[in-house]
Write a protein that binds this ligand. Structure first.
Ligand SMILES: Nc1ncnc2c1ncn2[C@@H]1O[C@H](COP(=O)(O)OP(=O)(O)OP(=O)(O)O)[C@@H](O)[C@H]1O
Length: 272
């Protein structure tokens, strides 16, 4: 019945059609999104006085600008309860897409609409390296909008979930291994429910036991959250965690659908 109601919209280019399912609640709508980075190419010689003088003599008043077209006309709809894995080879635009959904990059064309506040949880998420784990928990919770009372209530739960080596919670985060940092970041982010949770490789550095617990936590967040996006090179994590996979190739969607189907096609194409 819902299927019969499904309306199909043709999207320009060779990318898959966007399917609207009116029986489900849309949380993220990405509509013909293009993201372009502008970088100064070394040929332009930005930086030294000599090259600046050369530019003036050549009547070039600006250093050469190069454009990197990282996302090229991507369209899809994420629905409430979706856990979407984003896969693709290096440089295919996965992190750029997540940053754009988080509102951190302006679209060159197209638009992203989200229902609620997106939270990007990356391996480089901004915690203070010189502060202890415990200070970062408090700051992180307050930054996520929890009240001081809620922060106090959640503190023990976060420490328990991060499960760091004894004593480390009071050490500066600069003394943590990358896996320990990732665990704490994930534990802090998982302490509240998110409308749209974007996870960029955050789980990649955790060990097997932590990955299992993260999966359970993502399932729980998924139940309460709007939608979860997960970028990971470990396809097992994607297969176990996600109900849908988007395969990006050179900034375009190559496939969008059932994890098993998309992962099988991806493995075949990449020769794994
Ligand atoms: N800050 C930036 N400035 C200029 N170009 C960038 C910037 N960040 C990414 N790019 C370019 O945009 C394209 C997509 O990069 P992106 O990091 O989104 O890919 P990715 O699929 O996440 O890659 P990886 O699997 O290596 O993490 C690449 O060509 C990359 O060189």
């Amino acid at each position: 019945m819902a299927k019969a109601l499904k309306e199909k919209i043709a999207v320009t280019g060779a990318q898959p059609e966007v399917v609207i399912d009116p029986s489900r609640e849309p949380i993220v709508v990405v509509d013909g999104l293009h993201i372009v980075y502008r970088v100064y190419s070394s040929g332009g010689g930005k930086g030294t006085a000599a090259t600046a003088l050369l530019r003036i003599l050549r009547r070039q008043n600006r250093p050469q600008m190069k454009e990197v077209h990282a996302v090229r006309g991507v369209s899809f709809i994420a629905y409430r309860g979706d856990a979407i894995g984003v896969i693709g080879t290096n440089g295919s635009g996965k992190s750029t897409l997540l940053k754009a959904i988080a509102g951190l990059l302006p679209p060159a064309r197209g638009a992203v609409y989200t229902d609620g506040q997106p939270s990007l949880l990356g391996v480089n998420a901004a915690l203070m390296r010189d502060l202890s784990g415990s200070r970062n928990i408090i700051l992180g919770c307050l930054a996520m909008g929890l009240s001081p009372e809620e922060t106090k209530k959640r503190y023990d739960e976060i420490v328990k979930f991060a499960d760091l080596k004894p004593g480390f919670i009071d050490y500066p985060m600069s003394t943590y291994s990358s896996g320990m940092g990732a665990r704490l970041r994930f534990a802090i982010a998982a302490a509240r429910t998110h409308d749209v949770l974007l996870i960029d490789e955050a789980l990649a550095t955790g060990d097997a036991k932590f990955k299992r617990r993260s999966k359970a936590k993502i399932d729980e967040l998924r139940k309460n959250a709007g939608a979860v996006f997960l970028v990971a090179h470990n396809l097992d994590v994607i297969e176990e965690t996600c109900n849908r996979v988007i395969w990006l190739d050179e900034g375009r969607i190559k496939m969008d659908g059932d994890p098993q189907e998309v992962l099988a096609a991806y493995n075949e194409a990449t020769g794994k």
